[in-house]
Design a binder for this molecule. Sequence first.
Ligand code: AHM
Ligand code: MG
Length: 336
Amino acid sequence: MFDKQHSTLGEFIIANQNSFQYTSGELSRLLNGIRLAAKVVNHEVNKAGLVDIIGTAGDTNIQGENQQKLDVLANEKFIQTLKNREIVCGIASEEEDDFISINSFDEKHQNKYIVLIDPLDGSSNIDVNVSVGTIFSIYRRVTPVGTPVTLEDFLQPGRNQIAAGYIIYGTSTMLVYTTGDGVNGFTLNPALGTFYLSHPDMQFPKTGKIYSVNEGNYIHFPQGVKDYIKYCQMEEGDRPYTSRYIGSLVSDFHRNMIKGGIYLYPKSSKASNGKLRLLYECNPMAFLAEQANGKASDGFNPIMDIQPTELHQRVPFFCGSKKMVEKAEEFMAARS
Ligand code: AHM
Ligand code: MG
């Protein structure tokens, strides 16, 4: 019997690989690649406060290496690690204009998986020592094995995801992921460099008392969102709710999943589709939310049902405890 209590991430991946619908070790190798890159990026993120001492982006360090911005560095580390594993046929990143077709190791294009990644989300928070995150999403290619990947492989609806997750570089570093069989969270023991299963079977409470939205944009929001925010602030029943907004999607999502809450990034009169990217941010978070008994929508329809049309497409995002998202949708349907 697998001992969940003392499980490391590596053991958990292996113990669960047979429950995965395409029983192969490839997905496990891929997840192990992400685990490794997460540790490397974690090490760099933790040093961010030393930037005045070891130099800022553009400086040359003592070894003669160029210092890089952390989001650029995280992008390189994840891409390099995934390439080296020889499992992935294509990668798309929020940091890259176009997708990357991997053929250096995979000349015959035998690999089946594509990865979409936001290597360091919320990176404007780094300078002020606030948590940031990495978000990833894994699909099987739809074009035939043996041919190079095409845009079609990346423009799949979120429903096709076979795994998704995030790493949160917070007071502790955690890796949280799903392969479609619930959500599990692992905390890094920095002394040993090992992730341990600390949050098995994570679930959004059905409802909560936290709403997370950038209220500075209030004046530009659709009427339905304004009405919902007023509803959250009204004194009635278990309301008013508490407002908590870190401005770092992974951190806001993580807190709301544990405590119960809703995150909103709606469209506005300044940004007709909001800010967040469907492929790199919303789809993976929506997969995690649904797997944890929560909900994710664009205010009207499930995020994962959207057929993407572009790699860097943006979409309004309402995500969190099921009842809260449903309530926000009611307000949107009434006056959007
Ligand atoms: P980024 O991909 O440029 O880091 O932007 C995404 C981030 C999210 O983590 C966060 O929820 C949101 O942008 C905050 O945006 P705003 O400052 O407009 O509220
Ligand atoms: Mg981002």
